[in-house]
Design a protein around this ligand. Sequence first.
Ligand code: KG4
Ligand code: ZN
Length: 340
Amino acid sequence: MKEDIYILAIESSCDETAASVVKNGRTVLSNVISSQIALHTLYGGVVPEIASRKHIEKINQVIEEALTQAGMTLEEMTAVAVTYGPGLVGALLVGVAEAKAIAYAAKKPLIGVHHIEGHVSANFIEHPDLEPPFVCLIVSGGHTHLVIVKDYGEFEILGRTRDDAAGEAFDKVARAVGLGYPGGPKIDKAAKEGNPNAIDFPRGKIEGSPYDFSFSGLKSCVLNYINHANMTGEKINVADLAASFQHSVVDSLVSRTVAAAQEFGYRKVAIAGGVASNTALRSAMKEACEKAGLTLYYPSPIFCTDNAAMIGTAGYYEYKKGNLSGWDLNAVPNLKLGER
Ligand code: KG4
Ligand code: ZN
């Protein structure tokens, strides 16, 4: 009989302290997330020093809770996986140091996981039928990538953002229009009451790079629109502005993703990262994929934003490939996709 593989996974790259136990790569036995959002809301964004300090305070408790909820002990784990990049260096270091200490003390193998590989792997949790290859759009607060997932942990990058990440654009526009932090969910909600065609915002394009993204021009247009309204004393319809901005972002994301799947001949498409929980993106992508005869996969919202279950899933496939880390594993804040 094949032995079950249990991964204890830790994630602390930004503002969530998270731990999870994942069985055989796809069964999540626990998924504990301690969010710092309320704390950072006071400052309108993530404050790195506060994030690191909070991770230190919470991490032991979160790991214990993950093991308790799974009904398992550290001794029963096969290996310990941890996000080692990209992310905030101080925040990453807390998770990496903790994982090393635990794995060393319990004599378990250590697996350093790429945060973005984690986001992509979130799709495997609820879709047992999904296997590479497929096209994946990764849209988070720090990243916007369109890739072919050639195999587990193997990516061919088709396009990326040339300036702001999609989530970053959501956060900046939300702040400018007074919706607060984190902007994505606030814009998503406000947009439901608005008209997506009320304001004609541009779709950022990069000449000669059909799969690259650009959101800074759109962001400037929104800021100009707000400034102009403020100067002339016009009242801004926040719902219409949110819906129109979101429509422009979603349109850019959906058109490139579907075009890539068609050009390169893939029938399966997945989306990943915090922005993949956006309701307008999910429904527009679903409609476009259906029209094009493609099968769309997306994780539940709780597995889109930062969590450790996705790190456990990615960690499992790295473990199977024999990609273990040494005790010299370090945080790599600007780790590129495809690097180890
Ligand atoms: O993946 P994630 O949790 O962290 C990073 O790795 O960056 O993504 C966070 C980003 C934030 O920019 C947040 O505003 C955005 O995801 N986000 C959303 C939604 N929920 C989270 N953006 C649009 N619509 C949402 N519903
Ligand atoms: Zn993330």
